[in-house]
Design a protein around this ligand. Structure first.
Ligand code: NAD
Length: 365
């Protein structure tokens, strides 16, 4: 037995959601409980002016449904900005499943999630996020035609694809970091020092690109596996997670979790450029202003890390590896444009990026 509610039809019931601090003109928020499989999920569609909303499905052991709602409202809004800045005909949406992916996930639950996604009639298209694998998406796809990221055909460099968008994300971050260094330091990457926080799917690949261009690398992670590999393959200097912020380097590349840029870390930073893959790098928007005042150039996270959604978009459209690669390379130009406009206006780069993205998705062009 299932229950589905939407904001549009049950406004009275969910008035408190409209007052939620993370609610920001979301078009549609739907809640779903499939009692048989135990699925409890929320889909939030932030804006669809540019096209159907696309964003990952995250499964996480949220402490309560309020925490899940906060997450899905924030994440879906972020996707509107990301897709608009990447010039994709997509809106912003995201879904969350309340539960521990290691203990609570089942095929019945993924099938029920497919039913839920299908019930929105294409207003929301799901891809993967934390706790959801490509195999889970394939199960959902048995019940829904609105699932993306299950059948990657090519990599941006023409190599065989395994369905993981991280290579595209890393290539986009590399192109964005290169453009940021050119803008701020008037230099190419040869001899430029970069501190990478987090050597996971994206961070390690970013390190590889930077090493090829002659950058000097400092790396950290909470697990040793990739650190040893980076030391051997790229001659990277390994430092502890606490040491990474205060290094005397040119670039800080956050590629781990969110909120790396906060009151505490800004006080320690010596880098003059911040360019990395992590989502939600600024703990609060005001930290963008603090970075500007310190003379640090910040590459807005949702602009530089859009390679993943760009990859999914191209695979879905059935375009070519060449078109995908060119799109990723364009991220550098987008960032340069944001830096120039921000300087002309005297605005922090995160605020300038927000302005441009909002103009695009509010106007729907
Ligand atoms: P990942 O989980 O593979 O890698 C993250 C790495 O950071 C892990 O190795 C982890 O051990 C490390 N880490 C965690 N906390 C740390 C800390 N305090 N100090 C140092 N290292 C720490 O994730 P990923 O796919 O490489 O993504 C990295 C970031 O980029 C995430 O914020 C993700 O949301 C964002 N992002 C990823 C993609 C993608 O295509 N994978 C796309 C857009 C944004």
């Amino acid at each position: 037995m299932c229950a589905t509610f939407s904001f549009q039809n049950f406004v009275g019931i969910f008035m408190s959601v409209f007052d939620h601090p993370a609610y920001d003109q979301h078009e549609h928020v739907a809640f779903y409980h499939d009692i048989k499989s135990g699925l409890k999920a929320i889909i939030a569609v932030h804006n669809t002016n540019l096209g159907p909303s696309l964003g990952g499905c995250r499964m996480w052991p949220y402490a309560n449904s309020a925490e899940a709602l906060t997450d899905v409202l924030r994440l879906s809004k972020g996707m509107s900005y990301k897709s608009a800045m990447a010039n994709l005909k997509l809106g912003g949406g995201k879904s969350v499943i309340i539960g521990d992916p290691r203990k609570d996930k089942s095929s019945d639950m993924m099938l029920a999630m497919g039913d839920f996604i299908q019930s929105l009639g294409g207003k929301y298209i799901s891809a993967e996020d934390s706790g959801i694998a490509v195999s889970d998406l394939k199960t959902m796809a048995q019940r829904s035609s609105y699932i993306a990221g299950t059948h990657a055909k090519y990599r941006y460099d023409g190599g065989p694809a395994d369905g993981n968008p991280a290579p595209s994300t890393a290539y986009g971050v590399y192109m964005g970091l290169k453009a940021s260094v050119a803008h701020k330091l008037k230099s190419d990457l040869k001899g430029v020092s970069v501190a990478i926080q987090g050597l996971g799917h994206v961070g390690f690949r970013l390190a590889e690109h930077l090493h090829k261009e002659g950058a000097k690398l400092y790396v950290t992670d909470i697990y040793p596996d990739n650190l040893d590999k980076a030391a051997q393959q790229f001659g990277a200097t390994v430092v502890s997670p606490d040491e990474i912020f205060a290094l005397d380097v040119d670039v800080f590349a956050p590629c781990a979790l969110g909120s790396a840029i906060n009151d505490h870390s800004i006080g320690q930073l010596k880098a003059s450029v911040i360019a990395g893959a992590a989502n939600n790098q600024l703990a609060e928007e005001r930290h963008g202003q603090m970075l500007m005042e310190k003379g640090i150039l910040y590459a807005p996270d949702y602009v530089i890390n859009a390679g993943g959604v760009i990859d999914i978009y191209h695979q879905k459209q059935g375009s070519t590896a060449e078109a995908l690669r060119k799109h990723l390379e364009g991220l550098g130009d987008t960032l340069t444009e944001i830096y120039q406009k921000a300087e002309q206006q005297g605005l922090p780069t995160n605020i300038e990026a927000n302005k441009i993205a909002e103009q695009r998705f509010l106007a729907g062009v």
